[in-house]
Design a protein around this ligand. Structure first.
Ligand code: ADP
Ligand code: SF4
Ligand code: MG
Length: 325
């Protein structure tokens, strides 16, 4: 069966002035959203490549970045080979993204409804009043009253601006929404409201979602599936209850471990028979080793001479770790 979205072995690098070697932001990352309605959380620490992966799916990697290798397929179509017209249809109508920090970069001299009207009119021959009516409808769906549609971004709180950005992404009723850290700059109460809004959109419209975050704790109520990124790779992917409560990859385990309260963590550490070991790559090993090896308490000899690839271990669970192969 053709997947809704499939990313295969994607590598992206950024050339930075003054550096001999490029920064490798994605290093063979793979993802699969099998069908419409699928919801996936992508979690990983800052710098692990989450935004680069989202931008690659939108085909928005620009210089000094470049996609060095790999594939992005949407409903079987090769996104990296799409022409201008195909790409125009793909972005916004099929896949839309709430960009990281977008709520702080709304155009200050445009009212909040204006960019939504513009997106609608840029993509369809809709008369002005109709486009405006649709924009107002979208704003009210995300909780912004119609009588505020002509106000400017600075007149809104952070949470309200984030709602505007979500309405903008939903302007052309996309199939798949990519939301890049949409709650990171918000306080906990507002964060919950935005998550509730996204949940509502998913349910009522059957929308598929990729939700990018560095905070694993907010994923359990929002998405059915979780992918964990480390150093430009997806190291684990599977149903959220499995990944969050019974992780396979040692890195996921440590991410979850850091959430446990200090008291219970001390108990776990006392009971834990596996001492932390440091196994370092052999000289001349090149890229052919597990990138997590220096921090991994389970590392063994194979980990420093062979790179683990993402493999299915059981139905719907994938992990890149030699412990499981
Ligand atoms: N425009 C850019 N120029 C140079 N390096 C970049 C650029 N964007 C991202 N990077 C680098 O790529 C890596 C991955 O970044 P990013 O995708 O933003 O990670 P995340 O979203 O997980 O924090 C980081 O090392 C980052 O410094
Ligand atoms: S491959 Fe080895 S070093 Fe890497 S995570 Fe698995 S056990 Fe640890
Ligand atoms: Mg990011």
């Amino acid at each position: 069966m053709t997947s809704l979205l499939k990313v295969t072995d994607l590598s992206v690098e950024y050339r930075v002035q003054g550096r001999k070697d490029p920064i490798v932001a994605l290093d063979g990352a793979s993802l699969d959203l099998p069908e419409t309605g699928y919801t996936l959380g992508i979690v990983g620490e800052s710098g692990s490549g989450k935004t680069t992966l989202g931008m690659s799916i939108m085909r928005l990697i620009e210089r000094p970045g470049r996609i060095a290798s790999g594939r992005v397929e949407y409903k079987g179509a090769d996104v990296l080979q799409m022409d201008k017209e195909e790409l125009r249809r793909y972005r916004w109508k099929e896949v839309a993204m709430v960009y990281q920090s977008a709520m702080n970069s709304l155009n200050p001299v445009k009212s909040v409804s204006q960019p939504i009207v513009e997106v609608i009119q840029n993509h369809a021959r809709v008369p002005g009043p109709e486009a405006r009516e649709r924009a107002l409808q979208l704003l009210s769906e995300v909780g912004i009253r119609k009588d505020r549609a002509d106000d400017y971004p600075f007149e809104f709180s952070g949470g309200m601006r984030q709602r505007v950005v979500i309405a903008l992404a939903l302007a052309l009723s996309p199939n798949l929404l990519i939301a890049d850290e949409p709650t990171s700059a918000l306080d906990v109460v507002v964060q919950r409201q935005i998550l509730e809004l996204l949940r509502h959109e998913m349910r009522s419209k059957g929308l598929s979602l990729i939700f990018i975050t560095h905070d694993i704790s907010i994923l359990s109520e929002l998405v059915q599936n979780v992918a964990v990124m480390y150093a430009g790779e997806v190291v684990e992917r599977g149903p959220h209850d499995k990944v969050l409560f019974d992780p396979l990859h040692p890195y996921t385990e440590s991410l979850l471990g850091s959430l446990v309260s200090l008291d219970s963590k001390a108990d776990i550490e006392r009971d834990d028979p596996a001492p932390t070991r440091r196994v370092l790559p052999l000289e001349g090993a090149g890229e052919n080793y597990c990138k997590y090896v220096a921090s991994c308490r389970y590392a063994f000899e194979r980990c420093v001479r062979e790179r683990p690839l993402l493999r299915e271990t059981e139905n719907g669970r994938f992990v890149a770790c030699h412990k499981y192969s």
